[in-house]
Ligand binder design. Structure first.
Ligand code: NAD
Length: 494
């Protein structure tokens, strides 16, 4: 059978520079088998023994920053600065999990209660082979972020990057090899959804999937009959709440920055803004000032790059049109820009929006900032939570304890007070969506532990507890004994 190839075309120039072979679905099992064989040694290493390999890997990423940025700029069209920022995210995760894995996965002692004579603890052992499936918007950071958690937990990884950005994903295997990682501990396979589906069905022990909610549900459905654990990071529609006591200039600049960052192709970007009536006009004036300084197009001065996947422009345009047909007003932008090689979308500010519009109900994934006037904090919260998604959100107020209290009532997995996006790149704290935005989550102690078997062990200190409490057969206690024991143990019941 002849080999199929993926030859990505740069959305910036229309050129092609590299190609990778597609891994047909029926070839995936053999790749996973190599990963399982490599797990035999990798999984047995102590954290201290694994650390030098991971450290070398991180160093090689650091040394290769320019080369990785070349590929990221080529494949996604993002600004070189943004490619470097993506790499800072990757290095932060690499550094954190390389240094902290031993500490995060230290056995956890159990409280000696109610049977004080039994000692207990939970140990965290590597699950085995982790299948990692990733999207095109952060094509180096996202697969690497999952991979470093899996690797530092002692798993081996098989990564299936997006078919739109395979060269960025391929670099992870190349760099791991250059850094001297043992053979087959890090492998990358290529192809579309069918290759991803084959990875889910193969002899993998866990799937870490980042992508759309639709594909994520297919992954969860395929994994369910095997009771295979899944980590799902999915679509979102993140809200920014601006209260009357906020620093309005900062809040408006953040709305524009994180609404337009990565040309809006960011799971944690600002997709909806709710501004309290009292400060709405001031906020709008600042947002207009901020957006007027941005431009879409090629060149070093441009802030908004092309759509990484050109089809995204259709989805964005349909949301804008739907909103306008229902009474929304375009304050700035609103148009797609076609060029010979790629599609761009103008940075767009919209008002008079409401929750009948797709723009406010579904993920837009473009540089569109819809702003809605609300009467107060309560209405802002109600509307922010009126969504099936729940990945990220932000609250803006100079009163930090008020901000934390509002954050605690947001129906999302992560919230930032007086910032946005930041949770995405802080590896020490859990990051993940709820509802239609995901399951289980990544980063922090919870993220690395997802790649482990939680094995709980009890050790009888003097004699078997079951013998001591007289549970052994043949029966030696009379009816009523257990009631007496319960009353003794649980004195609060008396
Ligand atoms: P996508 O779901 O189309 O594809 C993601 C990956 O899944 C690709 O590698 C694709 O080949 C693979 N895939 C598709 N169908 C599959 C199947 N049935 N089984 C296994 N694998 C399959 O997503 P996309 O368009 O590449 O990325 C954009 C989406 O990703 C947006 O919705 C965005 O919000 C989401 N995203 C979420 C996060 C997060 O952390 N929550 C981060 C980045 C992107």
């Amino acid at each position: 059978m002849s080999t199929e190839w993926l030859t990505p075309r740069s959305p910036l120039t229309g050129e092609t520079t590299g190609t990778v072979p597609v891994t047909p679905p029926d070839a995936v099992a053999a790749v996973v088998a190599k990963s399982r064989a490599a797990f035999g040694d990798w999984g047995k290493l102590s954290h201290a023994e694994r650390k030098p390999y991971l450290r070398a890997f991180a160093k090689q990423v650091l040394r290769s920053m320019d080369r990785i940025a070349d590929v990221l700029v080529f494949e996604t069209g993002k600004h070189r600065n943004d490619a470097h920022l993506e790499l800072i995210g990757a290095l932060t995760a690499l550094d954190f999990f390389t240094r902290k894995a031993g500490e995060l996965l230290r056995p956890r002692k159990a409280a000696r209660w109610p049977f004080v004579i039994t000692k207990g603890w939970t140990e965290y052992h590597p699950l085995g082979v982790a299948g990692i499936i990733s999207p095109w918007n952060y094509p180096f950071y996202l697969p690497l972020m999952s991979a470093i958690q899996a690797l530092s937990a002692g798993c081996t990884v098989v990564i299936k990057p997006s078919e739109i950005t395979p060269l960025s994903g391929q670099l992870i295997q190349d760099i791991a090899e250059e850094a001297g990682m043992p053979a087959n501990v890090v492998q990358v396979i290529h192809g579309g959804g069918d290759t991803g589906a084959a990875l889910v069905n193969a002899d993998t022990d866990i799937i870490s999937f980042t992508g759309s909610t639709d594909a994520g549900k297919k992954v969860a459905n395929a994994a369910a009959p095997m009771l295979k654990p899944v980590v799902l990071e999915l679509s979102s529609s993140d809200a920014q709440i601006v209260l009357e006591d906020a620093n309005i200039k900062d809040a408006a600049k953040a709305a524009v920055t994180f609404g337009c960052f990565n040309a809006g192709q960011m799971c944690v970007g600002v997709e909806r803004v709710y501004v309290v009536d009292e400060v709405y006009d001031e906020f709008m004036a600042e947002a207009i000032k901020a957006i007027d300084r941005l431009s879409a197009g090629t060149g070093d001065k441009s802030d908004i790059g092309p759509m990484i996947w050109p089809g995204q422009a259709d989805a964005i345009e349909s949301h804008v049109r739907d909103a306008v047909s229902r009474g929304a007003h375009i304050v700035r932008g609103g148009n797609r820009i076609e060029t010979d090689h790629g599609v761009y979308f103008e940075p767009t500010l919209m008002e008079n929006v409401d929750h009948s519009m797709d723009l406010m109900r579904d993920e837009t994934f473009g540089p569109i900032i819809p702003i809605m006037r609300v009467t107060d904090e309560a209405e802002a919260l109600e509307l922010a939570n009126d969504t099936p998604y729940g990945l990220h959100g932000s609250v803006w107020t100079k009163n930090r304890s008020r901000g934390a209290a509002v954050a605690a009532r947001m129906k999302t997995g992560t919230v930032a007070v007086n910032d946005h996006v930041i949770n995405f790149v802080v590896p020490s704290i859990k990051f993940g969506g709820i509802g239609e935005s995901g399951l289980n989550g990544q980063l922090g102690e919870e993220g690395i532990k997802a790649f482990t078997i939680h094995r709980s062990i009890t050790v009888a200190s003097f004699q078997p507890t079951t013998k001591l409490i007289r549970a052994w057969l043949p029966r030696t206690v009379r009816p009523g004994y257990w009631i007496g024991l319960a009353r003794t143990l649980f004195s609060w019941r008396r």
